[in-house]
Design a protein around this ligand. Sequence first.
Ligand code: SD4
Length: 332
Amino acid sequence: MKRRSFIKSTSLVGAATLLPASALAARRLVEQDLGGVVNTGPVVLSTWDFGRAVPEAAIKTLHLGGSLIDAVENAVKIPESDPQVTSVGYGGYPDREGRVTLDACIMDGNGNCGSVVFLEHIMHPVSVARLVMEKTEHVMLAGEGALQFALKHGFRKRQLLTEQAAAAFKEWLKTSRNKKAGVDKTNHDTIGLLAMDGKGNMAGACTTSGMAWKIRGRVGDSPLIGAGLYVDNDVGAATATGLGEAVIKVAGSFLIVELMRNGKSPQAACRLALERILHKQPHYAERNDFLAGFIALRRDGEVGACSYRKGLQYTLFKDSAIRVVDAEFIAT
Ligand code: SD4
């Protein structure tokens, strides 16, 4: 485990919210269930280790008075535009026709959400997902329609296939084109990021180029609200990484939030979601390349993470420090 310290401490002052009596009663109930503890400082956690710039971007955004949605968007835009990251945004590995197609979503703790799937040529799909949330009546736009929407809102078309990704594609065509596409330790690294202010308000974002060498048109869990990401201010939030098909089959992130609502810790909830996958679909355990994992955040600031195989790390900003933490795992 790598440990890094983060010097700047931050505090957030949010506006008081006026809630109807029923919502206040429900919130009190949740607070009682959590032992009356409501977290006191911002918390940011994200799948894998994309460097300290990612949580720093979220925290700086909050510190400068930005919203939680601004914070999660700014943070995940970093790997989206990094050509060295081969499973998110620019530089992502393509599908089996050599085309880079992106999936992303964003959600706040009050049920507002937006998503884009099978989007090509746009460097920051998370920003398009945010616009879907904010400017339309819809939750999800796909493919050509999502691209037209992005262009109409001022996004520029970009070549997302880097020389490095094109070379990897060529190599894959030579050596492995007849193999099934899969997510394993060589091609994972979707970023799912969860953030909370000092008052238990949350938001999350998830963005990916998906499974490398996928069938054209394939969409994974990452842009699906409830599968790749779910956020509920009353309880907590969760996000996923790994084989999207497995995560979709159990509505993984929603399942974790509901397990926390029913009293499970974030850690237990992540583990139970993986156990649910394996219970319903035991064949995954026989696949050497099977990798799936979750991270979760409860509104009192407690976090949890679990993956099927050893190797999932998550980056955590909590108590004014950034750490990269090894997740619990089920099989080696
Ligand atoms: C997908 N869940 O498209 C994504 C891939 C991934 O870490 O998470 N990789 O299935």
